[in-house]
Write a protein that binds this ligand. Structure first.
Ligand code: G3H
Ligand code: 13P
Ligand code: ZN
Length: 284
């Protein structure tokens, strides 16, 4: 099976009330673990590749690995550019067969974000690909951010409606107190804001920075109407911990296959658990 688009996966998820997981990959082992987990859970899957991943592994290698995966399993897989910040990155992903791209203009003023997003929409449409954009900035959970600064960085529901309408995107990433990486303490998600966005925006919504958000909050976000959930940090952490443990317990072992096998297992477990939590198990 070739790649499906995010629009195809997310419109169904929105209608049926679950979310599709987007998991970041940087190499063969991470991709295999994610695909194996989604296959065993019979779940649709979004493989996310960031510009950093493209640089690390080479976009052609990552796209080829994903293509072999999509041809080998019978679940729908989308290959998605995560946090593209330039139109060159968007074009490169499209040229390598990605079925979905994200243009992240969230650091730009509203009108500039609209302008770059509209250009990316045109590029994606020319290839039949889906497009995600972001409104509102994901700020960190650092202590030096004041409550008013945090609030100001969040997605405004009326602006979100106007942004979706002006750009013609397929999915919108929102900022409701979510942040990339580990949270300091319990995440403070503004669910009333999410409800307001949901009531004004007709397209699928995306929650970035979902690692470390408690299950109960993820269930609530899905119930309100988040349709795509991004996970990276928890998979990275599972990888790191498994490698560290194995190397410590087997100091003489030099075979990368032996070192990486427990890491693959640990990443598989994280991804499978998230898929069940998001409600997409059995939806392939
Ligand atoms: O949100 C970003 C993803 O976690 C990818 O991170 O830019 O380090 O590849 P990266
Ligand atoms: P985490 O690393 O916090 O899981 O965020 C992932 C993400 O948003 C990728 O775009
Ligand atoms: Zn993100």
């Amino acid at each position: 099976m070739l790649f499906v688009t995010n629009a195809e996966l997310l419109n169904r998820a929105m209608n049926e009330g679950y979310a599709v997981g987007a998991f970041n990959t940087n190499n063969l082992e991470i991709t295999l673990s994610i695909v194996e987990a989604a296959t065993s859970e019979k779940s649709p899957l979004i493989l996310a590749v960031s510009p950093g991943a493209m640089k690390y592994a080479g976009v052609a290698y990552l796209a080829a690995i994903a293509r072999v995966a999509a041809e080998s399993v019978d679940i729908p897989i989308s290959l998605h550019l995560d946090h593209g910040t330039t139109l060159e990155e968007v074009q490169s992903a499209l040229d390598h067969g990605f079925s979905s791209v994200m243009i992240d203009g969230s650091k730009l003023p509203f009108e500039e974000n609209v302008a770059i997003t509209k250009k990316a929409v045109e590029m994606a449409r020319a290839r039949g690909a889906s497009i995600e954009a972001e409104l509102g900035r994901l700020v960190g959970t650092e202590d030096n951010i004041s409550v008013s600064e945090r609030e100001a960085s969040m997605t405004d529901p009326d602006e979100a409606a106007s942004f979706a309408e002006k750009t013609g995107i397929d999915a919108l990433a929102v900022s409701i107190g979510n942040a990339h990486g580990w949270y300091k303490g319990e995440p403070q998600l503004d669910f009333n804001r999410l409800r307001a966005i949901r009531s004004k925006v007709g397209i699928p919504l995306v929650l970035h920075g979902a690692s470390g958000i408690p299950d109960k909050m993820i269930r609530e976000a899905c119930a309100i109407g988040v349709d795509k959930i991004n996970i990276d940090t928890e998979v990275r952490d599972a990888f790191r911990q498994a490698v560290a443990r194995f190397v410590q317990e087997h100091p003489e072992e030099i075979d990368p296959r032996k070192i990486l096998t427990p890491a693959r297992e640990a990443m598989r477990e994280v991804v499978a658990r998230k898929i069940r939590l998001f409600g997409s198990a059995g939806k392939a």
